[in-house]
Design a protein around this ligand. Sequence first.
Ligand SMILES: Nc1ncnc2c1ncn2[C@@H]1O[C@H](COP(=O)(O)O)[C@@H](O)[C@H]1OP(=O)(O)O
Ligand SMILES: [Mg+2]
Ligand SMILES: [Mg+2]
Ligand SMILES: [Mg+2]
Length: 316
Amino acid sequence: MSGNPAVVMRLVASAYAVAEKAGAIIRRVLHSGELGIVEKTGANDLQTLADRLVQQSICASLSKSFPKITIIGEEDLPEEAVKEDLIESSQSEEILQKSCPLEYSALKEEEVRHRDFRLVVWVDPLDGTKEYTEGLLDHVTVLIGIAYGGKAIAGVINQPFFNYQLGTETADMGRTLWGMPGLGAFGFELQEVPDGRRIVTTTRSHSNKLVTDTVDAMEPHDVIRVGGAGNKIVQLVEGKASAYVFASLGTKKWDTCAPEAILHAVGGKLTDMHGSALRYDANVKHMNSAGVLATLRNHQYYTSKVPQSVLQALKP
Ligand SMILES: Nc1ncnc2c1ncn2[C@@H]1O[C@H](COP(=O)(O)O)[C@@H](O)[C@H]1OP(=O)(O)O
Ligand SMILES: [Mg+2]
Ligand SMILES: [Mg+2]
Ligand SMILES: [Mg+2]
């Protein structure tokens, strides 16, 4: 299979390699002590030097290898030449060796038949920026989601500070998870919350009354408040939480594309609060205005508990 891998597998293999580089950049900026924090819309909407460098690294690296692909990143950056040392050209050999799910094996870099049918890469260079600036390092992820025909078809998540409590910078610091519905999910061990227990994970820095009312309506046995959309999906697939509930606008397509692909790859589900699928076409509105509801199992239970008032307040 490695002789001539499908475009989408080469793209995922490149995304994996550049996500690992991204993790190294995020650690390096932290250790430099100069975070270069800028407020975007307010104190809970920040950008750091790491967000900027990583977005440059991911977007420039992928567009160098795949010049025709549409890449959409979170940060608005001035057009400028990207330093050579930010470019990653390698690909994950392990991913190149995998067989591409049949339905995606003929995808081209640029689909000419119909402009809605093209590959789109959604990039969140640093998810959990607020937490990064506060030293809550294990909340931070790098998210690279790949969409086709409006659906999330592959996702890569790097956790730059996985295992950081172990101490010094070692080869064990950080890890990368990836997945593709129809192929599987890799880089972690799938675990589930014990049957019958409802553990809800939700925002710690972007809460409001709709968010807390909805969490309460789920009748959880326990509630976890952590930063990052990527981080919360990792909790779902590692048996730390049963549902990610965020009944508010605030997350955008780059926050959910990669997480959704990995969650779907293991049989989970990510929708808005109405239970409707999110779309990831290149021209879609960025904001997830109707919130995010993600589960590994029993999605129906959680959608059925969303209060009517919340459904009315959150329109797609
Ligand atoms: N009100 C908001 N303003 C800006 N970003 C938000 C907002 N709400 C959510 N996000 C983004 O969605 C992620 C998940 O939300 P939360 O951490 O509150 O659960 C955040 O880490 C942030 O991504 P980012 O850190 O990439 O800007
Ligand atoms: Mg942000
Ligand atoms: Mg984000
Ligand atoms: Mg971000």
